[in-house]
Every structure is written in C-alpha cells, then in structure tokens.
Write a protein that binds this ligand. Structure first.
Ligand code: GLV
Length: 311
C-alpha cells in the first residue's frame, strides 16, 4: 500500500518532508504525485494544506494525517472522502514555540516594549509606569494542546492567567471557565486576551464588535489561531477609537497579508507572518510516522479530529 504526501509547500520543503518521512517509515512507499500510482493503492494521506480536491475519489483511504495542528482548511474541502479518520498534528515542539510567542507578546504588552520600539523611531525618551506580572490579567481562549501549554507558561511567569473554552476543560492551579455565559466575565476581567480557539463554523468571526465591547477598555488582543476568528473592520474600529490598546496578529483572513491592508501601518497593530508556531518537520515527521505505524499494527491512531465539532 502507498502513502500520498500532499502539501502546498515548495519543492525544497516537499523534498525535506519526503526524506524525513521515508527515513521514519522505511517500509512504506511514499509518493507526492497521485498520478504516479493507482488510486486504489493509496490508503494513507499525509497532508499539509493540500489544494481542495486533492484527495477526492480516494476510496481506499484509511487515514488522513495532517501536518498542521489546525484542520479547518482541510475540513472545508467538500470533496474530502467522508468517514475517513483525520488525525491532526500534536507536537510538543509546536506547543513550546506557541508558548514562546505568547510569552513575548504578553511581556511586550505588559512592559510597554511595543511603545518603546515606537518611541525609538521618533527619538522619544519616555519611561512608562512599570507593573508587576501578577497585576496583569491574561485570558487564554481555547484550552487545547497549545492553549494549555501557553496558559501554564504564562502562569509560571507570574501572570494572573485564566482559561476559557467552549467545552468544559480543567487546568491545574488555574481558573477555567466554559460556555457563552462565562465568556463575558472572562473578557471583561482580562488586560490581555489570547486567542487559541479552533476555527469552526461556531467560532468564525468570534472577535466581533460585541466581543470587543465586552473587553475591558485599554485591553489588548493576541490572535495566534486563525484570521477568520476576527472581524477585521470591528477590530480596527475598536483600536481606532482607543477602546482596545493593541493587537498582536499572527494570522489573517487573507495570507500573506495584502500590501495595502490597514494592519500593516497601524501603530496599534503588530503583524507576524503566521510564524507563531511553525510545524517543525524534524519532530512532526516522526509524530506522523508513529500514527502510520499504529494504523498498520491495528492500534488506535492518536489525535483524531471529531468532524462534527470541527477539531
Ligand atoms: C498552523 O497554523 C497549524 O495549524 O499548524
């Protein structure tokens, strides 16, 4: 049987992935071009944002392993073979990278480092009031693998952290909340809101005027999940009128962020190029390979996506 490796990456990255996967799975035939084999031979697909339609008609598929943590784009492909188990990437290396980015964003907002960078551009010397970390309330929205890792890292750094998720979830030594009713209170209490929610039809446009209104005046948003969680016009309006202080955005409705987008030049916005936590091929190839081996051995595949929930 054959593994199809389907991605949207360039030839060099594809070569890297293929080499690492082949080394981890020496007994598997791995192809990157579906045309080179019979469809009936392909029983596993390892994918990273494959163009829509890539897996259409692969009736012998037994597993789709994503190299991305978020599977929203994959699930949006209406031609995806139904009922085939989908596993997403859960890699501690990615969670660590995400925690580092979140820590940088929170430290920068807490200690005014974005403002000092702006001051340097105008040769301004103006120390800002200094708060302690435990005086800064941070809400982490989304308590999956990454959200939990981020929340724990920030708490270890001394921040006053609370967690919120759509479904109940607990986290040691931290207040966690769930559901719509608790959300307003969580948003109201936070100086910094970090978004790590999965993108689903329910969370699309989650950060809209109503939610920004619920946030504390002077609060900041850190979006490390998906651009489509945010209604851009509503965020810009909240920043323009000074209700929100700053937004750190790693993800956007259109990526790369178009050159004429208002986010680029807004002094209250910090833009990252979807780089908060990139898949590390070295560790992720082994994690994907382990799931392939589990399937071949008849063992339970790990990190399966619930298609109904969308994550
Ligand atoms: C990155 O955004 C991922 O989902 O892995």
């Amino acid at each position: 049987m054959t593994v199809l490796l389907a991605t949207d990456v360039d030839a060099a990255a594809l070569g890297l992935w293929r080499g690492l996967l082949q080394a981890a799975l020496p007994d598997e035939r791995i192809v990157t071009d579906r045309q080179t084999v019979d469809d009936a031979e392909i029983d596993i697909a390892i994918v990273a944002n494959p163009p829509p339609g890539t897996l259409q008609g692969l009736t012998h598929l037994r597993l789709i392993q994503s190299l991305w943590a978020g599977v929203d784009k994959l699930l949006a492909d209406a031609s995806l073979p139904p009922a085939v188990p989908i596993a997403r990437m859960v890699d501690p290396a990615m969670s660590t990278a995400m925690a580092e980015t979140a820590l940088w964003a929170v430290l920068s907002l807490h200690r005014g480092f974005f403002e000092y960078a702006a001051q340097q551009r105008t040769q301004t010397w103006q120390p800002l009031p200094q708060r302690r970390a435990d005086e800064v309330a941070v809400a982490v929205l989304g308590l999956g693998e990454m959200g939990r890792c981020v929340a724990l890292r920030l708490a270890a750094q001394g921040y006053c952290v609370s967690g919120w998720s759509g479904r109940p979830s607990t986290l040691q030594s931290m207040a966690t909340h769930h559901g719509d009713e608790a959300l307003t209170g969580v948003l109201r209490a936070a100086d910094i809101v970090i978004n790590l929610l999965p993108l689903t039809p329910v969370t699309q446009g989650f950060f809209c005027a109503r939610r920004f209104e619920a946030m504390r005046p002077g609060a900041s948003l850190v979006n490390l999940a998906r651009g489509a969680h945010v209604v851009d016009a509503d965020l810009l309006a909240a920043l323009d009128r000074g209700h929100l202080q700053h937004a750190v955005l790693d993800v956007f409705n259109t990526e790369p962020l178009p050159a004429d987008h208002r986010y680029w030049r807004n002094p209250h916005v910090t833009v990252l190029p979807h780089a908060a936590a990139q898949t590390d091929a070295r560790s992720a190839a082994d994690i994907a390979a382990a799931n392939v081996r589990r399937l071949r051995a008849g063992d339970a595949v790990q990190n399966l996506v619930d298609r109904t929930w969308g994550y």
